[in-house]
Design a protein around this ligand. Structure first.
Ligand code: PHB
Length: 393
C-alpha cells in the first residue's frame, strides 16, 4: 500500500472510532451554595473519585458530568435545571440532590422523559414512590431514626423531639417516636423548627424546662449541626442531665472539628462513619485523602454518591454505554455490593431504595480528633421501615 493510502485509512479508522465512542451524560444537580452549600462538593468529589478509580472498566465509554447548582432547598430551581438538562442537553441520567423538596420536584421529569434518576442524598421515605425511574443510594431518615427510637427506649424513659420542619424532619420525628413508644418510652413534646435560621437558644431553653432524659434532634447536616451543638452546650442542657441523640446528620463527620468537645458522648444512629475500621472504608478514606488532601475527610453524603457512581458504572459496563432507560433501571434494581465503605449494601428491587447496615455510634476522641466511633450494629440489612409499614397497612 502506498504511504498516503495507509495514512488515509488510519485517519478514517480514527474518525470512526471517535464517532462510535459512546458518551454517557449525567445531569448532576446538587447544592454548591445556599443552606448547606458545603455539601455539594462532597457529592461531586465522590462521583469523580469513583469514576477515576474505575476508568478502565468503562470500556472506552466517556462519562460527562454536567454539574448544576440548585442553590439549596429550592424545588423550582431544581425542576428548571432538570428540565434543561433533559430537554436541551439530552442527558442519559439525572443524579445528585441533597434536599428532599428538590428531588420531589424532579420526579415528574424523570417519569415523563424516562430518565433514570440516582438520588445520592435526599432522604424522605416517600420520594422514591414518586417515579419508577428513581433509585436511591443514600438512606431514609426512617432507616436511622426508627432503630434509634427502639434503642433509646431501652435507655431512657422520656424524650423530646426537635426537628427541622420539612420532609426528612417529619420522617425522623415519626420514625423515632414509633420506635421509642413501641419500646415503652414517652415522647414529651414534638417540636418542628424552621428549616432556615431557627432561634436555637429559645428552642433549647424550652427543652431544658421540659426536663426530658434525652433530646432527639434532626437537622439537615452541615453547619446547622454545629449551631445545634453550640446552643445545647451554651444553655447547659448536658449539665441538666439531658442526653443528646439523633440520626447521624447531627454529628456529620466534616463538622466534628468545628463542634469541639461539646460533641463528645453524643450518640447517633447512621449507616456511615468516616472512622469505621472496615478495610473497604479505610481504603476509601485513604483514596479520598490522596486525591483531595490529607486534612480532607469524606462524609455520609460522599458515600451515598460514591456508591451511586458504582451503580452507574455497572449499568454502563453491562449496556456498553447505551443506557436504555428500562434496561438501566433493571440493572439498578439488581445491584449489590458486599463491600461498600459502609458495609454490605443492595438495592431493594421492590422499592428501589437501599438496604444497608445501621450502626450506633458515639462521638469519641481518636488520635486527638473527634470521630463517630461505631459501637454496635443495630441491623445488618435494614430496609426502609416506612415502606415496610405501608405494606402491612
Ligand atoms: C433531605 O432534604 O432529604 C436531607 C437533607 C440533609 C440531610 C438529610 C436529608 O442531612
Amino acid at each position: 500500500m502506498r504511504l498516503n493510502k495507509i495514512i488515509a485509512l488510519a485517519a478514517l479508522a480514527l474518525v470512526s472510532a471517535a464517532a462510535s465512542a459512546q458518551t454517557v451524560k449525567i445531569g448532576f444537580i446538587t447544592s454548591y451554595s445556599g443552606l448547606n452549600g458545603n455539601l455539594g462538593p462532597y457529592m461531586e468529589r465522590a462521583v469523580r473519585l469513583y469514576l477515576k478509580q474505575h476508568a478502565k472498566e468503562l470500556g472506552g465509554v466517556k462519562v460527562e458530568l454536567l454539574t448544576r447548582d440548585d442553590t439549596g432547598p429550592n424545588p423550582d430551581k431544581a425542576r428548571q435545571l432538570a428540565q434543561e438538562l433533559v430537554v436541551r442537553d439530552k442527558v442519559d441520567l439525572l443524579a445528585g440532590v441533597i434536599f428532599t423538596p428538590n428531588a420531589m420536584a424532579m420526579a415528574p421529569i424523570a417519569t415523563e422523559a424516562k430518565v433514570p434518576f440516582v438520588i445520592m442524598n435526599a432522604g424522605t421515605a416517600v420520594i422514591t414512590t414518586r417515579s419508577p425511574y428513581m433509585v436511591r443510594t443514600s438512606f431514609t431518615l426512617w432507616q436511622s431514626s426508627y432503630p434509634l427510637g427502639q434503642w433509646a427506649s431501652k435507655k431512657f424513659k422520656t424524650a423530646y423531639s426537635l426537628v427541622s420542619d420539612f420532609g426528612p424532619g417529619h420522617d425522623s420525628e415519626e420514625g423515632f417516636t414509633k420506635g421509642f413508644e413501641e419500646g415503652g418510652g414517652k415522647v414529651l413534646a414534638k417540636v418542628r423548627v424552621p428549616l432556615q435560621n431557627p432561634d436555637w437558644a429559645a428552642y433549647m431553653q424550652r427543652v431544658k424546662d421540659a426536663k426530658p432524659d434525652a433530646l432527639m434532634v434532626f437537622i439537615p447536616a452541615g453547619k446547622t449541626a454545629t449551631a445545634v451543638m453550640k446552643n445545647f452546650s451554651d444553655l447547659g442542657l448536658a449539665q441538666a442531665g439531658i442526653k443528646l441523640i439523633g440520626p447521624g446528620d447531627i454529628t456529620t463527620d466534616e463538622e466534628l472539628p468545628n463542634m469541639g468537645d461539646v460533641a463528645l458522648g453524643v450518640l447517633t444512629v447512621h449507616h456511615y462513619s468516616a472512622a469505621a475500621t472496615r478495610p473497604a472504608n479505610k481504603a476509601f478514606v485513604e483514596a479520598w485523602k490522596k486525591e483531595y488532601g490529607k486534612d480532607e475527610t469524606p462524609n455520609f453524603v460522599a458515600v451515598g454518591a460514591y456508591d451511586g457512581a458504582a451503580l452507574i458504572v455497572e449499568a454502563i459496563k453491562q449496556l456498553k454505554g447505551k443506557l436504555d432507560p428500562d434496561k438501566t433501571m433493571a440493572i439498578f434494581k439488581q445491584w449489590k455490593n458486599p463491600n461498600s465503605p459502609r458495609g454490605p449494601i443492595s438495592i431493594d428491587p421492590e422499592t428501589r431504595d437501599i438496604i444497608q447496615p445501621e450502626y450506633l455510634r458515639e462521638v469519641k476522641r481518636v488520635g486527638g480528633q473527634l470521630a463517630n466511633v461505631e459501637i454496635e450494629t443495630l441491623g445488618t440489612a435494614v430496609k426502609d421501615p416506612w415502606k415496610e409499614l405501608q405494606k402491612k397497612k
